[in-house]
Design a protein. Structure first.
Length: 214
């Protein structure tokens, strides 16, 4: 997601070393996620994001991109940071923290991918919180109880990387192959859940969604 900042490449044009690859465009993804959330809930103001103290570069960059995108949409981020140690402490903290959110405090809930927010018990707590509040939610798998997700298409990104690998196998120096952003992104909507919560999904989003669960 940030090959230059992480010291993996000198530039997108040339890594300057024995590498090339496909890059995740986090600012684009976070911006589009917020855009779609606002289209589902016009007039929304407060967006809750959940991440953890136990960080990794991907989570840090995701939070930074979400903050920047929220500012551009005039949205207020309500940050819920899990500070407990991995395991039971983090799970219990997440349950207490999210359980304390009252109706009306946030208009949407977003899970930021990271070391703790992917724990099944915490994912379930996030989904249950959004349902209890009756608000739109975003996570990596709408089938787990979230209304939507917008992400790069991992299958297509693998195909894209394989094309680069093919060039290397045919003798091209990796440093002569520019790095590329993922070229295909997919919107997934859990229409069944949205209807259960009385949340209307605009036809304009349903028409562009790559997957719709009914």
């Amino acid at each position: 997601f940030d090959p230059i900042g992480l010291g993996l490449a000198q530039s997108f044009k040339s890594s300057g070393n024995n590498a090339t690859g496909v890059v995740n465009d986090l600012p684009l993804l976070q911006g589009k996620r917020l855009e779609f959330l606002t289209r589902i809930t016009p007039g929304m103001k407060n967006v809750g994001i959940v991440f953890s103290r136990v960080t990794d570069p991907f989570q840090d960059a995701s939070v930074a991109a979400m903050r920047e995108s929220a500012a551009s949409f005039g949205l207020v981020l309500k940050e819920y940071k899990i500070k407990g140690a991995p395991g039971s402490p983090a799970i219990e903290e997440a349950r207490a923290m999210l359980g304390a959110i009252k109706p009306g405090e946030i208009d949407a809930l977003v899970r930021i991918g990271g070391p703790l927010t992917g724990i099944p018990e915490i994912v379930n707590t996030l989904a249950e919180t959004a349902k209890r509040l009756g608000i739109v939610s975003n996570s990596s798998d709408p089938k787990q109880g979230f209304i939507m997700e917008y992400s790069d298409d991992l299958f297509d990104r693998g195909y894209q990387a394989a094309q680069q690998a093919g060039k290397v196998l045919r003798g091209t120096n990796p440093s002569d192959i520019p790095l590329e952003y993922g070229r295909k992104y997919t919107l997934v909507i859990n229409l069944k859940l949205a209807q259960e919560l009385g949340i209307a999904i605009p036809d304009s989003l349903l028409q562009i969604a790559g997957k719709v669960f009914e």
